[in-house]
Design a protein around this ligand. Structure first.
Ligand code: GLC
Length: 594
């Protein structure tokens, strides 16, 4: 009853909010910032989502591969760190060609990860610690070992149109050729010939990952069923994989050349106007949103089931995922990858400010911003921005308004292990690139086992060999060492999560400005509470800055969080008119009247 009332209240408030947003004359930086009461913040809107890559998190049975019991054993660690939500890369039955992103049974757990009973235990134990579980939903493609694909290849009438099948064409010499010039994201033609069916099938990723056909309502229904299956197991929502690849144009025209590379087998060879971001994608995202909303409404436990969508796409496309021009809601969290794709170690302060503001400017009102600092597909923070920037990047992530997304290991500043040998390389695009070029594209370096301690295999596993080599830097860089040290990246991270509980960071107003090319500062303010300022020097030189203009008047800065190498300590008073920042230093201060 109480929960139902709460839900009604939330619905009413949401209605008021959307009415207000229609009438509001001016654009606020974020309507989830600055104007709301505490009641308004739903569980996910300010959460830190911690991404677990299960294969590399913790191995409980000594086979060199992470598993569900391993995750269960580390839930207390997540709770102690202050994590309240986690999203797991796929744990479903899979031949592991793309390490779980090739699913052969959407409703079964991969045996090397554990059993369904283990999964149920995981949800239960996580819930006991106040941690919500989000699963990875991989709708674009299944494995070629899935029953559906086998039956489709055999032209079983029920499954005949579950995948995208085409005849192909003959060249001048009468040799069979794929239907068009579409390439796989992972290199090579996106079409593979199937002997049994005597047709080509489409695969936007590896040839073992055939694309499902969303123009067939039976596929949509089958996938809805998968979503409901896991919702019934108690998950709080889904991260939706590669969502913008769901549809392709039906007339199969060649994609126009991009002019970026001369290699016709490279994904960059063409512009993906017929295979990505088709308008039908949005309709499907909205369909899943409706499904989740209906499910939440039928289970009035107060928990909104959410979706986070993975699409590397134009800002306008992503904003439509939040809400279309005609007001239909889609993804709560269209992943914001700008910190991964649009800034790097060479970016200056203006680039950071621009990238933060552009998301907030475009975001429709009534939605929560999100900031993804890392994932299993991209180099780690320490490798993108440099090891000296780890604390500053986490400070930025944690003090921006909205949702923060951390990839496991980033709380320690784990580094890519770029020296993985060709013989140990397993990532499909890296294998496709070959021995000479694999390092340019391999995702193995950011997927190496989590570094728990200085025990063998970094405390990840007791196996003689782990599925990917452990980064040898684990002897110095590991959680146990960072928990013991007086100062560490982990301690900074933990302090940041604690700080995020402050009302000012939950719902304070937000502004950000470059102070120079080297330094930017962001400010969070909330009536009756202390103002917080995050200052970041993105340059490799020491900087002296005057913040009095940004904070309106001369005020004292009291250090709240300082980085590992900082000369400043929490509680120390600093002058706002002459503040020295070390190279790559980040600092969070509260303001008090001078
Ligand atoms: C997503 C995943 C990536 C996977 C691909 C194909 O981009 O994050 O790891 O390889 O989809 O499923």
């Amino acid at each position: 009853m109480v929960a139902a009332q709460q839900l009604n209240r939330t619905t009413q408030l949401l209605l008021i909010c959307s009415l207000l947003s229609i009438q509001a004359p001016s654009l606020s930086m974020s309507s989830l910032v600055g104007s709301q009461t505490e009641d308004f913040i739903d569980w996910w809107q300010h959460a830190v989502f911690y991404q677990i890559y299960p294969r590399s998190f913790k191995d409980s049975n000594g086979d060199g591969i992470g598993d569900l019991q391993g995750i269960i054993s580390k839930l207390p660690y997540l709770a102690e760190t202050g994590i309240t939500a986690t999203w797991l890369s796929p744990i479903f039955q899979s031949p592991m060609v793309d390490f779980g992103y090739d699913i052969s049974d959407y409703k079964a757990i991969q045996p090397e990860y554990g059993s369904m009973a283990d999964f149920e235990q995981l949800v239960h134990a996580a819930s006991g610690l106040g941690i919500k579980i989000i699963l990875d939903f991989v709708p674009n493609h299944s494995s070629d070992q899935h029953e559906w694909f086998k039956k489709s290849a055999a032209r079983d009438p029920v499954y005949e149109n579950f995948y995208v099948w085409e005849d192909g064409k003959k060249d001048k010499l009468g040799v069979r050729q794929p239907p068009n010039n579409w390439q796989s994201v992972f290199y090579g033609s996106a079409w593979e010939w199937n002997e049994q069916r005597q047709q080509y099938y489409l695969h936007q990723f590896t040839k073992e990952q055939p694309d499902l056909n969303y123009r067939n309502p039976a596929v949509v229904q089958a996938m809805d069923d998968v979503v409901r299956f896991w919702l019934d197991k108690g998950v709080a929502g889904f991260r939706i994989d590669a969502v913008n690849h769901l549809y392709e144009s039906e007339d199969l025209a060649d994609e126009p050349l991009s002019g970026k590379t001369a290699d016709p087998l490279s994904y960059d060879y063409t512009k993906h106007v017929f295979t990505k971001d088709l308008p039908e994608v949005l309709t499907m995202v909205q369909h899943w949103r409706q499904l989740l909303d209906d499910y939440s409404a039928k289970h009035p436990d107060g928990v909104t089931r959410i979706m986070m969508t993975e699409a590397y796409a134009d800002l306008h496309v992503l904003m439509d995922y939040y809400e279309s021009a005609d007001g239909v809601r889609g993804s709560q969290l269209p992943f914001n990858f700008h910190f991964i794709t649009d800034v790097n170690g060479d970016s200056d302060a203006r680039d950071f400010v621009y990238n933060v503001e552009k998301w907030l400017i475009y975001m429709p009102r009534g939605h929560a911003a999100n900031w993804v600092m890392g994932n299993h597909d991209n180099p780690r923070v320490a490798s993108r921005f440099g090891a000296a920037s780890v604390d500053a990047m986490n400070m930025l992530l944690m003090t921006l308004p909205g949702v923060a997304v951390t990839y496991n290991g980033e709380e320690l500043g784990m580094e890519d292990y770029r020296e993985i040998k060709w013989e140990d390389t397993v990532d499909p695009p890296a294998r496709n690139a070959g021995k000479k070029d694999y390092k340019k594209v391999s995702r193995d370096p950011e997927r190496t086992p989590f570094q728990w301690s200085n025990a063998s295999n970094a405390g990840f596993s007791t196996a003689a060999k782990t599925w990917l080599p452990v980064n040898p830097n684990y002897l110095a860089l590991n959680l146990a060492a960072q928990q013991q040290a007086a100062k560490s990246h982990y301690k900074v991270y933990k302090a940041l999560i604690e700080l995020r509980k402050l009302p000012t960071l939950r719902r304070g107003r937000f502004s950000i400005e470059p102070q120079s090319r080297a330094v930017f500062a962001l400010k969070r303010t909330l009536k009756d509470y202390d103002t917080l300022v995050t200052i970041v020097n993105v340059s490799a030189e020491e900087q002296l800055i005057n913040l009095t203009d940004f904070i309106n008047r001369p005020q004292k800065l009291i250090v709240e969080v300082a980085g590992v190498d900082s000369v400043y300590t929490p509680g120390q008073a600093l002058s706002s008119s002459a503040l020295t920042l070390a190279p790559h230093e980040g600092l969070i201060c509260k303001l008090i009247a001078a």
